[in-house]
Design a protein around this ligand. Structure first.
Ligand code: ATP
Length: 270
């Protein structure tokens, strides 16, 4: 709904064990977990804790999941909103929502703010100025920059943002003291796909001899979100066929269905 502009979650159960693969990204982001757990340790020597990090990678690769896991690992509240929610907003509303969000996060610090699809608000200014909503987008972006600059070293709020288009972002966002760290979250390789399958197979009732290596090999180019979909679809297909356990054929049928869906989507997006 349009009214629900940001979510606050304080009972986060997501941790790094829910995030399969992505070893490099987890290692990099572990540092942020440490800062949030023990901010004073890092500031007593005069160091400045980073204010933000950008998670960059294709859709469905686990950027949101990783951000939630940071909050879960550090046991801090997680405030999230999506850049695309601002697109339809009335003048003045975007900036005030950003202000409210930062105020609430600061009140509950240490905390994580997560901005999904930051490119929707953070695209370089002064381009494509033909749409009326552009001013509002710029106001929102400016407010975001103002808020991040306003953090003192003692604020202990870290802003994580996700995008699959880092190249279109306004350079002001990437400047020192803002999103000056980029963490890459790539599509999984075959070994990582196997790990992602293992996570999403856990809740399923499946045949004993299911070959997970085979499933990983059958799914090149699939994201973590695609694999989660395959597992769910396979369970639904098996149920429709009145099976008591999900078997290899159900997974193959589910893979076909997801591939079909991806092809259709690619055709529309071009
Ligand atoms: P988008 O760019 O589309 O917002 P995203 O990168 O934020 O995508 P998520 O929303 O984190 O992707 O992923 C969607 C779902 O896919 C997750 O909730 C999870 O179920 C599954 N998933 C994605 N990546 C992984 C992973 N590395 N390990 C386990 N599950 C994953």
């Amino acid at each position: 709904s349009r009214a629900k502009l940001f979510d606050e979650k304080t009972d986060l159960k997501t941790t790094f064990k829910d995030v399969a693969g992505l070893e490099g990204a987890k290692e990099e982001i572990q540092e942020i977990v440490e800062f949030l757990r023990n901010p004073d340790k890092y500031t007593t020597l005069g160091g400045k804790i980073p204010k933000g990090a950008l998670l960059v990678g294709p859709p469905g690769t686990g950027k949101t999941l990783l951000a939630k896991a940071v909050a879960g690992e550090a046991k801090v509240p997680f405030f999230s909103l999506s850049g695309s929610d601002f697109v339809e907003m009335f003048v003045g509303v975007g900036a005030s929502r950003v202000r409210d969000l930062f105020k609430q996060a600061k009140d509950k610090a240490p905390a994580i703010i997560f901005i999904d699809e930051i490119d929707a608000v953070g695209r370089a200014r002064g381009k494509n100025n033909f749409s009326g909503s552009n001013d509002e987008r710029e106001n929102t972006l400016n407010q975001l920059l103002t808020e991040m600059d306003g953090f003192g070293t003692n604020t202990h709020v870290i802003v994580l943002a996700a995008t699959n288009r880092a190249d279109v972002l306004d350079k002001a966002l990437l400047r020192a003291g803002r999103f000056d760290r980029q963490i890459y979250v790539d599509l999984p390789d075959v070994r990582e796909r196997k790990e992602i399958f293992e996570v999403h197979l856990k809740p399923l009732k499946k045949v004993e001899d299911l070959d997970i290596d085979f499933l990983a090999k059958q799914t090149p180019g699939f994201s973590g979100a695609d694999i989660a979909n395959v597992c769910n679809e396979a369970a639904l297909i098996a149920a429709r066929n009145n099976k008591t356990a999900v078997d290899k054929q159900d997974f193959l049928d589910a893979v076909d269905r997801i591939v079909g869906g991806l092809e259709k989507k690619n055709k529309i997006v071009t």
